[in-house]
Design a protein around this ligand. Structure first.
Ligand code: SGN
Ligand code: CA
Length: 544
C-alpha cells in the first residue's frame, strides 16, 4: 500500500513538474519569438578581403566594416564554393552548391525561383523580407515582400532599378542610392510588427570600378606596392593560369577600365579595345552622367590621362612603367569605390542605432567572392586560388556574439542560410548542404567541424577564359583538377608556398599527400553528391 502511495505521489509530482516545464517553455518560446532577430545582410560585389582593414590594413581603411567585426566576429577562413557572382548568390540563398541549386554560371543559367530559399523560409515564418541592389540571377526575385533591384549588373551613375516590376531611373551614385532604398524601406515600408530580413547588395567594387565624384582624388598620388607575381610567371603552375584572360595589361581596356576617352593609337604597344568596351564607356558609363557629374569626372581623369598619353607618345614611358601605372589606376579606382561602400555601411549602422534597432539586429558584411588585386598580374576571380576562393565575412549580433570574436574554422557560403535560419529560430531543412556556424560562436564551440572545403567552377568557355575545375582545400594543402579542354591536376603546399606558385602534383616527395588529398576529394564529392561524371554530363549535354 505504501509502495502504491509512493508511486502515485511520484507520478503526481512528475506531472506537476512537466506542466510547469511546458508552461515555462511555452512562455520561453513566446519570448524567443518576440525577440527573433532582424537580419541586415550587406553584400558587395568582388570585394577582396585584402581591401578591408580588419583583415589586412596595408591597402586601405574601412572603419565601418571593421566596426561590425569589433562589435561581433571576424571569420578568417571564409570560402565560396564557386567564385563567380550569380552562382555564389544562388548558393547563399539555397544553402547548396551550384550543381544542386541549378545555377552553375552567369548568363547561361537562370535561377529557378520556385525552389526553397532563405527569404522564402523566413517569410513563411513571419519575417518581413526585402532586397535592394544587385540580384543578378536572371529571373524575378521570389520570397521578398519588397524588391528593388538593378537590371542585370546595374550602373554606377544614375542607375535603373526594377522597383517590384517597374523600371525607374534614380539620380545619384549607386552605392548611396542602394543605401537610401534600404533606409527608406526600414523607415517607411516595412511592417514594424514583424521581424525583418533586409538584403543590401551593392554593385561596388565590381568592374569597371567607377568612384563617386566626391572620392575621385582620394588616393591621388598614392603608390600601391606591386603584389606577388605581378609579371604573371606561371612556369611552375599549369596551363589554366597561363591561358586565363584577366591580365592588367592583356585584358584591361583603355576606355572601360582605364577611363580614357581617346588613347594613343600610334604607340607601338597600342592595343585596341574590343568593340563592346570601346562603345560602352562613352555611351553608357559616361553617357548616363549628368553634365555636373561629367564635369567633375573629366576634370579628374582627362588631365591625368593627357600626361600618360604624352609619356607614351614621346617614348619617355616604357611598357613596363605603363603597366605599373595601370595597376595604380586600377587600385585607385577600386579602393575609392570601396570607400563609398564603407561610408554607407556606416550610414546603415548609424540608422539602426539611432532607431533602437541595433540590439536585436544581426548585421553581416560579406562579398559574393574575393578578387585579384594584381596578384599574378590579374584582376577578376573564378580560380580556386586563395585570393578568390576566400571572401570576407564579418557578423555582429549583440548579446549573442561576443565582441572581438575571431573564428578560424572553415566556413563556406553554403552555411549562411542555415546559420541565419538557426538564429531566426526556423528549422533547417534536411536537404541543405551547409551547416549552421552559430555553434562556432557559442561559449563552447563545437569540435566536430569540417576541416576541408569543396569547390567547383563551370563557366568555360566564357569571359576571362578560366577553365572548369574542382578541388579541395584543407589546412595545409590544396588539390585542383582542371578539366574540359585539358586534364591537369595541381597540388599546392600552402605552408611552403602560400602564393601557390609551385605545383607539386608530380613531385615524388608529395605522392603520399596526393593520395591523401584525392581521398579528401572523394569524400567531399560523396558528401555533396558531385562527381567528375556529373561534370562531364553537364558538359556533354550543354547544361550549365
Ligand atoms: C562582366 C565583366 C567581367 C566579369 C563579369 C562577371 N566585364 O562581364 O569582367 O568577370 O561581369 O562578374 S565588363 O566588361 O562588363 O566589366 S560577376 O561579378 O557579375 O560575376
Ligand atoms: Ca561578383
Amino acid at each position: 500500500m505504501q509502495k502504491l502511495e509512493g508511486k502515485i505521489y511520484s507520478i503526481f509530482a512528475l506531472s506537476a513538474i512537466l506542466i510547469l516545464l511546458s508552461n515555462c517553455s511555452g512562455e520561453r518560446q513566446e519570448k524567443i519569438k518576440e525577440q527573433r532577430p532582424n537580419i541586415v545582410f550587406i553584400m558587395s560585389d568582388d570585394h577582396a578581403s585584402r581591401a578591408i582593414s580588419c583583415y589586412d590594413g596595408t591597402l586601405n581603411q574601412t572603419p565601418n566594416i571593421d566596426r561590425i567585426a569589433s562589435e561581433g566576429a571576424i571569420f578568417t577562413n571564409s570560402f565560396v564554393g564557386n567564385s563567380i557572382c550569380g552562382p555564389s548568390r544562388a548558393t547563399m540563398i539555397t544553402g547548396k552548391f551550384s550543381h544542386k541549386n541549378g545555377f552553375l554560371a552567369n548568363y547561361r543559367s537562370k535561377f529557378d525561383g520556385s525552389q526553397q530559399t532563405l527569404p522564402k523560409l523566413l517569410k513563411a515564418n513571419g519575417y518581413n523580407t526585402a532586397i535592394v541592389g544587385k540580384w543578378h540571377l536572371g529571373t524575378t526575385p521570389t520570397g521578398f515582400d519588397y524588391w528593388n533591384v538593378f537590371p542585370d549588373q546595374g550602373d554606377y551613375y544614375n542607375p535603373d532599378f526594377i522597383d517590384n516590376g517597374d523600371t525607374v531611373r534614380l539620380n545619384g551614385y549607386a552605392t548611396n542610392l542602394v543605401t537610401n532604398l534600404a533606409i527608406n524601406w526600414l523607415n517607411e515600408k516595412r511592417n514594424p510588427d514583424q521581424p525583418f530580413m533586409l538584403f543590401v547588395h551593392h554593385k561596388a567594387p565590381h568592374r569597371n570600378w567607377m568612384p563617386d565624384t566626391a572620392k575621385l582624388d582620394m588616393y591621388d598620388g598614392h603608390e600601391f606596392p606591386l603584389p606577388f607575381n605581378f609579371k604573371g610567371d606561371f612556369s611552375d603552375r599549369g596551363k589554366a593560369s597561363a591561358e586565363a584572360d584577366m591580365g592588367i595589361w592583356k585584358t584591361m581596356s583603355w576606355s572601360h577600365d582605364m577611363k580614357f576617352t581617346d588613347y594613343p593609337t600610334e604607340w607601338e604597344h597600342y592595343k585596341p579595345d574590343g568593340e563592346w568596351h570601346a562603345k560602352r564607356y562613352p555611351q553608357v558609363e559616361l553617357g548616363r552622367m549628368t553634365s555636373a557629374q561629367r564635369a567633375l569626372w573629366d576634370d579628374y581623369y582627362e588631365s591625368r590621362n593627357a600626361e600618360v598619353k604624352e609619356g607614351l607618345k614621346s617614348g619617355a614611358t616604357s611598357l613596363e612603367e605603363h603597366i605599373q601605372w595601370r595597376y595604380q589606376r586600377y587600385m585607385h579606382d577600386y579602393l575609392a569605390t570601396i570607400s563609398s561602400v564603407d561610408d554607407n555601411v556606416g550610414r546603415l549602422l548609424d540608422y539602426l542605432e539611432a532607431n533602437g534597432l541595433d540590439d536585436n539586429t544581426i548585421v553581416v558584411y560579406t562579398s559574393d567572392q574575393g578578387f585579384y588585386l594584381g596578384e599574378n598580374g590579374w584582376f577578376d576571380k573564378r580560380f580556386m586560388y586563395e585570393q578568390t576562393l576566400r571572401t570576407p565575412f564579418v557578423m555582429k549580433y549583440p548579446g549573442q556574439i561576443k565582441p572581438g570574436t575571431k573564428v578560424d574554422k572553415f566556413i563556406m557560403n553554403i552555411d549562411y542560410m542555415p546559420t541565419l535560419l538557426s538564429y531566426a529560430g526556423v528549422g533547417v531543412p534536411q536537404d541543405i548542404q551547409g551547416r549552421s556556424f552559430h555553434t562556432l560562436l557559442n561559449e563552447q564551440p563545437v569540435s566536430d567541424w569540417r576541416n576541408s572545403i569543396y569547390y567547383h567552377y563551370y563557366m568555360f568557355p566564357g569571359t576571362h577564359s578560366v577553365k572548369r575545375h574542382f578541388g579541395v582545400r584543407n589546412e595545409r594543402y590544396k588539390l585542383i583538377r582542371f578539366y574540359h579542354d585539358i586534364d591537369e591536376w595541381e597540388l599546392y603546399d600552402l605552408q611552403e608556398d602560400p602564393n601557390e606558385l609551385k605545383n607539386v602534383y608530380d613531385d615524388p616527395n608529395y605522392q603520399g599527400i596526393v593520395a591523401e588529398m584525392k581521398e579528401v576529394l572523394r569524400a567531399n564529392q560523396e558528401q555533396y553528391e558531385d562527381s567528375y561524371e556529373l561534370a562531364m554530363d553537364y558538359l556533354e549535354n550543354n547544361r550549365w
